[in-house]
Design a protein around this ligand. Sequence first.
Ligand SMILES: Cc1ncc(COP(=O)(O)O)c(C=O)c1O
Length: 350
Amino acid sequence: MAFDLEKLLRPHINKIKPYSSARDEYSGKAGIFLDANENPYGSLAAGNFNRYPDPYQLDIKMKLAEVKDVPANQIFLGNGSDEAIDLLMRAFCNPGQDNIILLPPTYGMYEVSAGINDIAIKRVNLSTDYQLRPEAILAAVDERTKIIFICSPNNPSGNKVRRSDIYEVLNNFNGIVVVDEAYIDFSDEPSFTNELTNYPNLLVMQTFSKAWGLASLRLGMAYASKEIIKILNLIKPPYNISGLTQEKVLEALDNANAIQRIVEDTLAERAFLKTELEKFPFVSTIYPSHANFLLIKTEGARKIYEYLIEQTIIIRDRSKVVLCEDCLRISVGTRTENEALLKALVQYKP
Ligand SMILES: Cc1ncc(COP(=O)(O)O)c(C=O)c1O
């Protein structure tokens, strides 16, 4: 059976009439705007924020289309990738009936979003080297499985996922395959956006929160077929991306080449941190990272974590996560921050 988007979609979604915003009905830029009950006098904060923003963020999409080589009508922008995760579940998964497949250890929001939407989760753990187990994943699929979430480079392990395994899932599953590439800028791996024309069931997620340095603005991208993007646009809140965010992201896109420097600096610091962390006797493994963080296996992870908190250095304790026993996740900081961490660890008494 081939991929059939119509069949996959929750039936009531097709019947939805989208909210027609004032800005949908007239898209010209010039004119006297008395249509949206805005305040025409100006904002109580510096800047001009009194008008509603473009609901479809076309200026950003046009620029992003060039940077990413994906047509603008195959791009969805959300209030963080987290919005795209939630909308996907609401579009395709019937609460109390359908399920998704998660591949632990993985990013936590997939599970939270599924919980909020009352969607069952099937878990197929990664292998001990944090790779997919395509056979086990496909064996877990049933007629109610709608989405499989693959994270590559994976959070919290940091490694990239073997490409051939992702193809195997894409080729043999007729639901949506999400490839979450939040950390792709830190990896030498080509993006799966290159495969959008070959796989109507593929949705690639990326974010401005990591290498672009814009986490506070909240902007995540989803790339997929224009039909899937149309569905996400249909069910999103009308003005999901603030005007300020749109303004600042446009600025960042004009400066897109600068990302190279940030990535190079991050990778250099990651290598430094790895070399230095390896010297501590209580660090037993540092996992290969294609992201801006390191997962390390330690003796007494919780104790180290709590000790660092006392020193006001906050890392992530992942020791309760499946396949991450005694593991800590450390984001790559600036040289000053990394040195402060290392200095504190020198003082640590196991
Ligand atoms: C794998 C992964 N996907 C998505 C996100 C969330 O990104 P956003 O800030 O765009 O919601 C994160 C954040 O840590 C992440 O680790």
